[in-house]
Design a protein around this ligand. Sequence first.
Ligand code: XMP
Length: 333
Amino acid sequence: MDSNKRPDTMERITTPELAEAFIAEQVKLVQEQVGDKKVLLALSGGVDSSVVAALLIKAIGKQLVCVHVNHGLMRKDESEGVIKMFQEELDANLIYVDATDHFLGLLAGVSDPERKRKIIGKEFITVFAEEARKLEDITFLAQGTIYPDILESIKAAEGKKAVKSHHNVGGLPEDLKFELVEPIKLLYKDEVRVVGEALGLPHSMVYRQPFPGPGLGVRCLGAITRDRLEALREADAILREEFDKNGLAEKVWQYFIAVPDIKSVGVKDESRYEGWPAIIRAVNTKDAMSATIEEIPYAILHHITYRITHEVPGINRVLLDLTPKPIGTIEFE
Ligand code: XMP
């Protein structure tokens, strides 16, 4: 039987009871597969890797070694949240690598979107591999592969052209040969979330919006600079806070800020104030292949605009992107 094919008889996991049964089965399978060996996991803090981490902690405890690489392109307080959840609350074996300077150094002056994506993807693997080499007796590599990823690779193998080079961990160097542990590879995203909640992960973590591998790097448009990246991170945090407060976080599939490398003239304290615009993008979609624009009440938009322009140094305008996909992709790069 092809272990990468979801059996037609597999029931869709929609309830906590079905999730419990799935978890019990996977815990047993992982224990059988791994024995007393160690497993390495790149823990980004996204839904899939978080659910795999929680599942493996349940199955093998400290035999799981999680590595969280902060590429400096995370959202505000995101890495701190990963450390708090997994190290402090779940007592995971977690290695934290702050590679901010390294990544931002390599990205300095690079404006081509695909080059930026390639650098971030490649370096992510390099930094992760470096950590893996420092560790001893790791036999397995766990991955948060889910069923759509498998279907996607089948399509890629059939030669269908991708619009962007999406990246997740994969393609480790030759000298690092691990056996794979992929406990959620036959699950769809909605099932992963049900399983995550059954594992005790907080609702906000399990239902968080998708966040691309290259992070804020593809939202700080053109060549990334630290000051513009910081402005983007702060503006994005305000947008997310206001969406949460106003009940929009549950209604909108993905919402974020992008900041282009353009300055316009404004006025502040009666003086000329040049700044970047913060662009709001809020979309709904089923499968990310196409997307529609979500209507945000004007009162909320005014409030967000006021906060961003008053609280974030360097931003003097807020713009709203009304472009569906197609023709715009969800991300700007
Ligand atoms: P686009 O911009 O292609 O995005 O319309 C579709 C969805 O994919 C997310 N995205 C990524 N996810 N690695 C990921 O895991 C990536 O490199 C990547 N690039 C885009 C994007 O946020 C949206 O949800």
